[in-house]
Design a protein around this ligand. Structure first.
Ligand code: NAD
Length: 236
């Protein structure tokens, strides 16, 4: 057991929400919920077929808001840990679902933005949205249709909050990646940034992904997240 961590950055990916009933993105075959990612998760895909893209995110939003989708023990334990841990804690998620906030996480950054938000292409203003929207929806700021897009970072676009994230990574002493394949840049390089100040790096995943982490713990997020973070609270 090393010294007690004082500053922790946790990165989560689609794997933490898998046991809540939300499918992960299958990088191996390039499909997201049976759609090629370049159709539904790129600016070019949106330009080519906006109808398909609106409908894809409308379906994901409807499912997220249905009774069947709830935070699981991994989301809940991270929120509990954040409230009990006495040092600095930042949770960065690549997920576009709202399961971390529903579980009670507070110091949380959505680097790939959120399914329950839409953005005006003219003003870049962001609005909450809990229902379907599309090309015909009138924008709340410009009052005309055709200006709204899902507030999602697509492949080829710059993730949000990168300054804050990099600052936290450069000053943390423990970095933990949970349920992320390490295929999506720049999140895939976060463990290297964390190592600049010699942070300990730990991967919690169903299977071992990269080899650059100091420690790999394999298993289901709902089991290994509570046990790992519990050990951080009690074993020092
Ligand atoms: P990914 O889908 O590429 O990889 C998921 C990882 O989670 C895999 O390494 C897998 O082994 C692991 N995993 C699967 N089930 C698990 C479980 N029960 N416990 C622990 N680990 C488990 O995910 P990614 O790296 O986050 O990249 C996907 C991209 O697609 C992200 O950018 C994200 O924005 C988007 N996406 C988001 C959601 C969501 O919001 N829930 C879902 C799908 C895709």
């Amino acid at each position: 057991m090393g010294s007690k961590p004082e500053s922790i950055v946790v990165l989560t990916g689609a794997g933490i929400s898998a046991e809540s009933g939300i499918q992960t993105f299958r990088a191996a075959d390039g499909l997201w919920e049976n759609h090629p990612v370049d159709e539904v998760a790129t600016p070019e895909g949106f330009e080519r077929n906006p109808q398909l893209v609106y409908e894809f995110y409308n379906q994901r939003r409807r499912k997220l808001l249905s009774d069947e989708i709830r935070p699981n023990a991994a989301h809940s334990y991270l929120a509990k840990f954040e409230h009990e841990f006495e040092g600095e804690f930042l949770l960065v998620t690549q997920n576009i679902d709202n399961l971390h906030e529903r579980a009670g996480s507070e110091n949380l950054l959505h680097m790939h933005c959120e399914l329950l938000k839409m953005r005006c292409l003219n003003s870049q203003l962001v609005f909450d949205i809990n229902e379907d929207f599309g090309f015909d929806t009138h924008c709340r700021c410009c009052r005309s249709p055709g200006n709204l897009r899902p507030h999602i970072v697509w492949f080829g676009e710059m993730p949000f909050h990168m300054n804050k994230i990099n600052q936290a990574l450069e000053s943390c002493d423990l970095f933990v990646a949970i349920g992320t394949s390490g295929n999506v840049y720049p999140a895939s390089g976060f463990y290297q940034t964390a190592k600049i100040r010699r942070a300990r790096t730990v991967e919690l995943n169903l299977e071992r992904t990269g080899s650059g982490f100091d420690e790999h713990i394999t298993g289901k997020a709902s089991e290994i997240v509570p046990s790992y973070f519990d050990s951080l609270l009690t074993n020092y």
